[in-house]
Write a protein that binds this ligand. Structure first.
Ligand SMILES: Nc1ncnc2c1ncn2[C@@H]1O[C@H](COP(=O)(O)OP(=O)(O)OP(=O)(O)O)[C@@H](O)[C@H]1O
Ligand SMILES: [Mg+2]
Length: 456
């Protein structure tokens, strides 16, 4: 069972407190018992001393005439029974109760001991003294015992107030701490309601003014998450707006072309022209839709961690098979220098799209008869792929923008301006990076993709 935070905090507070009350309770009971025993022993001893003062020699024999004052010391409202006995030479009873047990063995007097008389427990003292009379000496032992009622009462009087004070403290803690916790946890509850009641697109940060210092790091972390969501939502909104805008242009064109075609006579050469225009436009739209889908896929896959071992050289060879016809049509020299074991951790179809976009760009933007080379090699812990061409390259001022969505350097060739954005997204989604720079002798373009190598 998962206890609430309040119950757990209370438990952590009460557990040591109950232990403390138990230990100190036992200690104060022990101290009270020692005090009660000491007082009782002192009373017994002074009574025994008073009694022994009254044992005297009368006509050469010992007599004990014990006045009631000797036992007055024990008077209390608890009606304790007091017993005494005076014996000479260990066994000759001079006075008192013969039943009162004598302590066993030889000891140092006074001896305090617990015994019982008629089944009633009593505390007793045995006190001994030598009494002299004209050269004779006799050993007199006085035993005084009493029942325990007043000692018990004294013990309780000493101990109970302390015990009550400690339990009172415990009860106060049990009442006040839950109340204090409720008050102190109120900001946390309010925070929970604030977050729960938010509209889906309400991406303003949570205010931290009235929060305790312990809660601030949590709220800061939530605010950072909200800020990231906000950036993401803004990017998504912008992307949808841009995509809709880009698709509107070919759609309008398509509408005009269909309208023109419908006006033409069947054998009109204008009809053929209009139809080929329609085909071009619909191809542009299909290409753009494919690129948009690819970009969306790249974004979602970069968030997931499902990866496999992919040989980048094999991916490049696969892409070459697809694009070799396009390269031949433009009489281009398409070559590759592929190293062995170019393994990376990733999604094979996305890495294929990355390579295809770069090789497609190189073929498309390099003049006819040009040269495109793809190089794959290991550099440190990375697998590096370079797509090198000897085309016109990209002007320095455009380099900063080519990875933006829908950005195109010029509209001379067909294209949606999404290819390099897709490459960037896939490279970063795989924990890598992409960079562009002029080719050797500042001619052409070199696009470098760096990906972490696969580790078994
Ligand atoms: N190898 C290259 N040589 C010269 N210019 C290039 C090269 N690659 C890309 N560019 C320029 O960068 C721009 C952006 O390229 P990107 O691949 O993002 O879009 P696109 O090729 O226009 O469209 P898409 O690839 O989505 O069909 C291109 O319009 C082109 O002008
Ligand atoms: Mg492209």
């Amino acid at each position: 069972m998962l206890l609430s935070l309040r119950a757990r905090l209370l438990l952590w507070l009460l557990l040591p407190l109950v232990l403390f009350v138990l230990v100190t309770g036992w200690m104060s009971y022990d101290a009270a018992r020692a005090t009660a025993d000491l007082l009782q022993n002192n009373a017994l001893l002074s009574s025994a001393r008073t009694i022994i003062e009254d044992v005297e020699w009368t006509n050469g024999a010992l007599t004990a005439d014990i006045p009631p004052a000797a036992l007055e010391i024990f008077e209390s409202p608890y009606r304790d029974q007091v017993f005494y006995k005076v014996v000479a030479d260990r066994d000759r009873l001079l006075s008192g109760n013969p039943e009162l047990p004598v302590p066993e063995g030889r000891r140092h007097f006074p001896v305090f001991y617990d015994t019982s008389l008629g089944g009633v427990p009593i505390r007793a003292v045995a006190y001994q003294r030598e009494l002299y009379d004209s050269g004779r000496a006799e050993r007199v032992t006085v035993i005084v015992g009493k029942t325990q009622a007043s000692r018990q009462a004294m013990l309780e009087d000493l101990w109970h107030p302390q015990l009550i004070r400690q339990w009172l403290m415990l009860v106060l803690v049990m009442v006040l701490v839950p109340f204090g916790l409720t008050v102190e946890l109120r900001p946390l509850m309010k925070l929970k309601e604030d977050v729960a009641d938010r509209e889906p697109m309400e991406l303003e940060p949570i205010r931290v003014d009235h929060l305790q210092s312990e809660l601030r790091p949590i709220v800061d972390a939530i605010n950072q998450c909200i800020a990231r969501l906000k950036v993401h939502a803004t990017t998504q909104r912008q992307f949808i707006a841009d995509a809709a805008h880009q698709l509107r242009t070919p759609l309008t064109l398509l509408d005009t072309q269909v309208h023109c075609a419908s006006q033409c006579e069947c054998d009109d050469s204008a009809l053929t022209e209009a139809l080929s225009g329609i085909r071009r436009t619909s191809k542009t739209m299909a290409d753009m839709t494919n690129q948009l889908l690819l970009l969306a896929q790249a974004e979602s896959v970069s968030l997931s961690r499902k990866r496999a071992k992919v040989d980048l050289s094999a991916v490049v060879s696969g892409v070459f098979e697809e694009l070799v016809v396009a390269a031949l049509q433009r009489q281009m020299d398409l070559g590759a220098e592929l190293g062995e074991g170019m393994y990376v951790e990733g999604n094979e179809s996305l890495l294929g799209a990355l390579v295809a976009n770069l090789v497609d760009n190189a073929i498309r933007y390099t003049q006819e008869g040009g040269r495109v080379t793809v190089i794959c090699l290991h550099e440190g812990d990375d697998v590096v792929m370079r797509v090198v061409d000897n085309g016109p390259g990209i002007p320095a001022e455009a380099c900063a923008h080519v990875f933006e969505r829908f950005y195109r350097v010029s509209d001379d060739a067909e294209g949606s301006g999404l290819g390099l954005a897709i490459v960037h997204q896939i490279a970063h989604g795989h924990g890598g990076a992409v960079a562009i720079m002029p080719g050797p002798g500042r001619a052409g373009l070199v696009v470098t993709v760096r990906l972490p190598a696969w580790h078994d």
